[in-house]
Write a new protein. Structure first.
Length: 400
């Protein structure tokens, strides 16, 4: 019960509640359904892992570069208008991907979806930092992380369930597009919490509209620079394996799509438990030590996934790896917002997103080629090396 006392939504103000609702819907649809099934959809159309990697790469590039655009829009247009713009782009992109059959068209709409998704991705951390009190920040970010994880769980289970139901009535190649069309309609519900946000939250963003000056100010701060470097290394490592998890399960281990959705959802269950324990664990070990410990402990389970011993062991490894590697996400998000001034948070958030997704875009192409032409397991070794390097980098800059 000590963990549950941090998960009390009633104690937060209405803006925080609406931000968390926005994040839940976004996680439910984009992370829980779209990101899980996009790789399988491309494979179903008859394309190989290299094409899957390229389409996922342009999506990552779009999220990365789109984060800079979103940071600019957050300052010029304000929070509400920027988020509404992103929602419409996501909706159009998902419909386009569900309809397209050519690689060029799939890439175009993948870019569209990525740019749209960059808006809520950039905004959530900034909005939470602006609307929470200093003494409640860790609890707010951990609660938001739990809600995000629950969204991914529900989305993965629903996506897997709908896939199983629709497969009885439609051709396999039409099943996932139908799911994407439904998601495009559901994504519009994100407008509800956005429209309920109070206008006072947009004032801070207008203090600093010159992105170049803000960029220079951020990069001259040692901790901010070190954090971005750490994030870049981890992002490159994640891009080698994470985007291919669903493809790996289905085509390397021959697991059906419904079970894939279930395993991907199970990998998020531990995040809910972990997210609830973040405030307590961080008080015991400190935020920085918690991040280092969790990342190091996740590595053996990542190796276990590369050497599967059956679906049960794989599912458990997914659960524990995901729990440990992502348990630190609320703390990482919290630290990234605390090490810069309030008017610099929007650009800092976008820089973190950009470096993570740009490096992921490069590594996902490399991984796609390796998996198609060499081995499904080799990228996992590179990821382990990069995770160790990234963890050491974080320790070097934050050990004091």
């Amino acid at each position: 019960m000590i963990f549950l006392k941090n998960f009390k939504l009633k104690k937060y103000n209405s803006n925080i509640k609406n931000i968390m609702l926005l994040n839940f819907i976004s996680s439910f649809i984009i992370q829980g359904i779209f990101f899980v099934f996009i790789g399988i959809h491309i494979k179903t159309l008859g394309f190989g892992e290299s094409i899957v990697g390229k389409i996922l790469a342009v999506n990552s590039l779009a999220i990365g570069f789109g984060s800079i655009l979103s940071a600019y829009c957050l300052g010029v247009l304000g929070r509400k208008k920027s988020l509404l713009l992103g929602i419409m782009a996501i909706c159009a992109g998902m419909i386009g991907i569900g309809t397209a059959t050519k690689v060029s068209t799939l890439m175009f709409f993948s870019i569209f979806t990525g740019i749209g998704y960059s808006f809520p991705s950039t905004s959530v951390g900034v909005l939470l930092a602006e609307n929470s009190k200093p003494e409640e920040k860790v609890a707010v970010f951990s609660t938001n992380f739990v809600i995000q994880s629950m969204g991914v769980i529900c989305g993965s289970y629903l996506g897997g369930g709908l896939n199983g139901i629709f497969s009885k009535f439609f051709d396999l190649k039409n099943v996932i597009p139908i799911i994407f069309y439904l998601c495009a309609l559901l994504i519009l519900s994100m407008m509800i919490p956005v429209l309920k946000l109070e206008e006072k939250i947009i004032k801070t963003a207008k203090k600093s509209k010159n992105l170049y000056i803000t960029f220079r100010r951020i990069m001259t701060q040692r901790k901010a620079y070190g954090f971005i470097l750490y994030n870049t290394i981890i992002g490159f490592g994640a891009g080698l394996v994470v985007p291919f998890f669903s493809v790996y399960l289905k085509y390397q281990l021959n697991i059906d799509s419904t079970s894939v959705g279930g395993i991907m959802a199970l990998s998020q269950v531990g995040l809910v438990i972990g997210g609830l324990s973040v405030p307590y664990v961080s008080r015991v070990f400190g935020k920085e030590k918690t991040i280092i410990i969790c990342q190091l402990l996740s590595i053996p389970f990542l190796i276990s996934i590369a050497f599967p011993q059956g679906i049960v062991v794989v599912a458990i490894s997914f659960l524990l790896r995901s729990t440990l590697m992502n348990l630190n996400q609320p703390l990482i998000q919290n630290i990234s917002m605390d090490i810069v001034e309030e008017q610099d948070r929007a650009l800092m958030s976008s820089m973190i997103l950009m470096t993570s997704y740009l490096t992921r875009a490069i590594s996902v192409i490399i991984a796609g080629y390796i998996m198609e032409n060499i081995s499904y397991n080799l990228p996992y070794y590179f990821t382990v090396t990069l995770y160790l390097t990234g963890t050491y980098t974080f320790y070097k800059f934050f050990k004091k």
